[in-house]
Design a binder for this molecule. Structure first.
Ligand code: ADP
Length: 483
């Protein structure tokens, strides 16, 4: 274990200010995807531990809800500073458990801190309204209040920043939290517990526990003390959580799967489009919900684009995230590699042509070559399913209308990208895409200032922007009469 990373590595649950093991004493092994070796363990908790964490959060809420917006803002600013002061240690921990390159990990930790800072600022701007009254003797006030205890369930691909977008607004609003990080990457989530403790959030305000997803999830959904669930993960589990939490009518925010299109028109700057394609496809080895799943390239530049894109993809340096200069780390595990192989064999059986990569990397383990597949068709699996790996299928199209139709032909609607040099087209396509986010001549668009989120089966709610705190607030209408 590296010196820096171990500083924030906690192998226990944080419940009501205490670092504790699971009731059963059972643990889960955590594996470094770059080496296949065990890093450590975390508690395998279940329903009982979850109930205690929820009760602790509920108790803490009684006083935390009364803190001033300015106090919470100051605490969040301290949290931001603590994250940035420890950026290298937190990045190392993230790379060791997740696999991404150190450059990407530093970027993710920086992004986590940036969300915290944004919500430290937004904490002071949860304005209500004074509404003109229809009655001469009454006044109408509309105020915003924290919803109460929230539960955050987060995935393994961005174990730090996905939590920052949830904890940031929750704490800014005055909510308390129960957090369940993914079992593959629990340490970055537990580190948030350590950091929140260090900067002075009172005990019980942030509780973090690891363990059986099903048991923890069931308790969160059924427990009436939890007022909101915020989840990032698969559409399948998101639907399950919405269904299960219906019995207690909770607010839900869902950041679910994507099937991002990346359209390149004949009038685009090809080099810029290739550069954007590399970022939009291979970030985190293709394991992000906003990674391009389908490239649509207009016939006139198809061959030129494929050639340049394949060449750029082949140049990416694959290796352990800890090694200098590495641009693509391993996939999260062996199952992810098998899934990627299935997509490739399905495509080649249906006429797809591998023009870059196409197989497991010589490094072994779960390393995979950045792969480009030309001659993609709508019959291939990746037209409908999320790849979540470094495979780039490139489809050919003729007209603008066809491109929009192909792009929208999915039940998902998270991120989309297109490249054009024509202003009129930019507006027509931007308005035609049924997506929560659109990058025009840009392949990397996430930032705390903007609302991140999807439409259709990609989710509900927005993270970031001034919208990001709304989901953590209830609106209260107060009518003052007898004036
Ligand atoms: P992925 O396919 O990216 O692993 P999942 O949706 O399976 O996405 O996982 C995202 C998060 O949801 C993880 O923290 C995981 O442990 C959690 N999770 C998985 N199954 C359930 C469940 N039944 N209830 C609650 N959380 C779950």
């Amino acid at each position: 274990m590296l010196q820096k990373a171990s500083q924030f590595m906690r192998q226990a649950n944080l419940i009501n200010g205490e670092w504790v093991q699971a009731d059963s004493g059972k643990t889960i092994d955590v594996i470094n995807p770059a080496t296949g070796l065990k890093i450590g363990t975390v508690p395998k908790s279940g329903g009982a531990e979850t109930r205690r964490a929820i009760e602790a959060a509920n108790e803490a809420f009684k006083s935390f809800r009364k803190t001033s917006a300015l106090e919470r803002s100051k605490l969040l600013r301290k949290l931001h500073d603590a994250i940035m002061d420890n950026q290298d240690s937190l990045a190392e921990l993230l790379t060791i458990e997740q696999g991404k390159s150190l450059t990407e990990s530093r970027g993710e930790i920086g992004s986590s801190a940036a969300y915290v800072l944004w919500f430290a600022e937004e904490a002071r701007r949860t304005y209500g309204d004074v509404v003109p009254s229809p009655w001469a003797d009454r006044r109408i006030l509309v105020t915003k209040e924290p919803v109460g205890v929230i539960a955050a369930i987060t995935p393994w691909n961005f174990p730090s920043s996905m939590l920052s977008r949830k904890l940031g607004p929750a704490l800014a609003a005055g909510c308390t939290a129960v957090v369940k990080p993914a079992s593959q990457t629990p340490y970055s989530g537990l580190a948030w517990g350590a950091l929140c403790e260090e900067v002075g959030f009172p005990k019980g305000v942030v509780n973090v526990l690891t363990g059986s997803a099903g048991e923890i999830g069931d308790e969160i959904c059924a427990n009436p003390l939890v007022k909101k669930i915020t989840f990032t993960g698969s559409t399948e589990i998101g639907k399950l959580l919405i269904e299960k939490s219906a019995s207690t009518v909770k607010k839900v925010s869902m950041e679910l799967g994507g099937n991002a299109p990346f359209i390149v028109f004949d009038d685009a700057d090809i080099d810029r489009a290739v550069e954007g394609s590399i970022t939009a496809k291979y970030r985190n080895s293709g394991q992000t919900c906003v990674c391009t799943n389908r490239f649509f390239v207009q016939a006139g530049i198809y061959d030129a684009f494929v050639e340049k894109f394949a060449a750029a993809s082949s140049k990416l340096k694959v290796g352990s995230g800890l090694d200098e200069g590495v641009q693509q780390g391993p996939l999260i595990d062996g199952k992810a590699v098998e899934k990627v192989e299935e997509f490739i064999s399905d495509a080649t059986a249906k006429g797809g042509k591998v023009v870059a990569g196409g197989k497991r990397h010589a490094l072994g383990g779960s390393f995979f070559e950045p792969t480009v597949i030309a001659n993609a068709t709508t019959e291939m699996k990746f037209m409908k399913e999320e790849i979540f790996g470094p495979v780039a299928p490139v489809f050919r199209f003729e007209t603008e209308e066809e491109a929009i139709e192909l792009a929208n032909n999915t039940e998902f609607g998270l991120a989309s990208y297109f490249y054009t040099g024509n202003l009129g087209r930019a507006f027509r396509v931007m308005e035609g895409l049924k997506y929560g986010m659109v990058g025009v001549n840009e392949g990397l668009i996430t930032t705390p200032e903007a609302p991140f989120g999807g439409v259709k089966e990609s989710g509900l709610g927005r993270e970031g922007g001034h919208q990001g705190i709304e989901d953590y607030l209830d609106t209260k209408y107060v009518c003052i009469g007898g004036l």
